[in-house]
Design a protein around this ligand. Sequence first.
Ligand SMILES: [Zn+2]
Ligand SMILES: [Zn+2]
Length: 260
Amino acid sequence: MRLSVVGCSGSLPGPDSPASCYLLEAPGVDEQGRPRTWRVVLDLGNGSLGALQRLVDPASVDAVLLSHLHPDHCLDLCGLYVLLRHRPGPPRPDRIPVWGPAGTADRMARAYDLEPAPGMHAEFAFETYVDREPFAVGPFSITPVRVEHPVETYGLRVEHQGAVLAYTGDTDTCAALTPLCQGADLMLADSSFVDGRDHDAGIHLSGRRAAQTAVDAGGVRRLVLTHLPPWNDPQVCLEQARAVWEGPLDLAGPGSTYDL
Ligand SMILES: [Zn+2]
Ligand SMILES: [Zn+2]
């Protein structure tokens, strides 16, 4: 599967990147057994729907997977709703599955100032995560894992033909990160905080804590730091991670791709 970073700015869009959004693409087959590409979007944070259009027609994605309902992870679902509802031409024949925490449908309706019924139910088929219960989207197997953040938040472990992507969502260090990240070919880790500067517990990882998580989980092949807010010095985050992680290490950048 191919991971494309659409947006990786933490907590709000930055001058060079939208907020969180990642596109995953993989080969599979359609209902008639003919080959086709499957696409899922992990998070749709503010600003990301614009950049996503450079890569794919957003109306064509097979599912949207929201880690949680903070605006930097979900708010551009409002834009996708507008696109599906009002773009001229034949409408998409089915609804796009949108997976998220409990209350996602009502929360997104409020975000667009809609009544809860019909809300966005004509455009999206809302599904609610069950902690550690896998589900499939085409050839992808996805396991949501509840992590440590002030609101209900899930990391997402995505598997395709033996390759594993572990996306932490927003989280502080917690025991759930081990089953989420163990053996991942690529761990895409929240690294918002800077050690020595940010002291609040239960919200975000730092570069060093992300790296320690990768070490503790075991078997992680590549660590990619993401969700850096615009006020961070990315080099400081890298150095703090490098202090405990000897393997391949990158900063997520908008437009960068990884083949797993
Ligand atoms: Zn966030
Ligand atoms: Zn958050």
